[in-house]
Design a protein around this ligand. Structure first.
Ligand code: ZN
Length: 291
């Protein structure tokens, strides 16, 4: 487990989910009146997240909010477990997924059908969140932690219920809204699962750039050196993948052939284990070929 302050009052917790370092981050924001977690991580790492908060010297009862950037399993699967330890915490999520968070069967099955049983089980189960602990949002809401506030913005390109969260300093937690940043390789990857909306994504990126963020905090993983350049790089990589997938599909290649060809390239360039590179490629190609 590694935790570090990334700016005053903001901490990055490396969850080591799937035993891969620097792949899934959870962030902690500390104000004088309370704490907020940005994402829970999957349920398999819930214990580590609780230990990390304690290890940073905070009281578990000071966690007031667990803000979910979106309800994919790697970001939200552990929320229902965390609220057992963070007894004062409410879970903040986009309003239209509240019912699925209360009964996450659909979220779990959707994830499993894309990523397969093996990987899904390594993330643990999708823990349900009691309805009375959920605060539904749709963008525009503000959460005051005392001396620092979080503001929710809707960035629905990655998935229709994706939220980004600005923190008082001018930095933005972007979940998967922009894409993936692999810090070890200084490499960007698209995050275009089924549900991805290309035109909306381009609008989201213009909107985020207009906010002139001080830093971008990616869930996968950390903050790239130059926020505006990072957005441009991500847009470029999405456009390249999109062109590639459309071209190959037109030429009659099957989904499997496209994925296999691309996954090896990603393993090398992104410095990821092959299995993970393949799954991310599958996610992206599936989303880009979906009608
Ligand atoms: Zn993700």
């Amino acid at each position: 487990m590694s935790c570090k302050a990334v700016e005053e009052g903001v901490y990055l917790i490396d969850t080591y989910a799937l035993n891969v370092p620097r792949y899934i981050a959870v962030y902690l924001v500390a104000g004088v009146k309370g704490l907020a977690l940005i994402d829970s991580g999957p349920s398999s790492v819930a214990g580590r997240v609780v230990e990390a908060v304690k290890g940073l010297g905070f009281n578990v009862n000071d966690v007031k909010y667990i803000v979910l950037t979106h309800a994919h399993m790697d970001h939200a699967g552990g929320a229902g477990l965390l609220v057992r330890d963070f007894k004062e915490a409410k879970v903040v999520v986009y309003e239209r997924v509240v019912k699925h968070l209360v009964n996450p069967v659909k979220l779990y099955e959707g994830f499993k059908s894309l990523f397969g049983e093996e990987l899904t089980s390594r993330y643990g189960f999708f823990s349900p969140v009691p309805a009375d602990l959920i605060i539904p949002v749709k963008g525009g809401e503000m959460f005051d932690l005392g001396g620092v506030a979080l503001t929710v913005i809707s960035t629905p390109g990655h998935t229709p219920h994706e939220l980004s969260i600005t923190v008082g300093s001018g930095s933005i937690f972007v979940g998967d809204a922009v894409g993936l940043y692999l810090p070890d390789a200084d490499y960007y990857l698209p995050a275009t699962p089924p549900g991805f909306n290309y035109e909306q994504y381009l609008k989201d990126m213009e909107f985020l750039k207009g906010l002139n963020p001080k830093k971008l905090y990616f869930a996968h993983f950390g903050s790239p050196p130059n926020p505006l350049k990072a957005i441009d790089e991500c847009v470029k990589t999405v456009e390249e993948w999109r062109r590639y997938v459309i071209e190959k599909s037109k030429a009659g290649f099957t989904l499997e052939q496209i994925v296999n060809a691309k996954a090896e390239e990603i393993r090398v360039k992104a410095k990821l284990p092959f299995e993970l590179a393949k799954l991310l490629t599958l996610m992206n190609v599936t989303g880009l070929t979906a009608k």
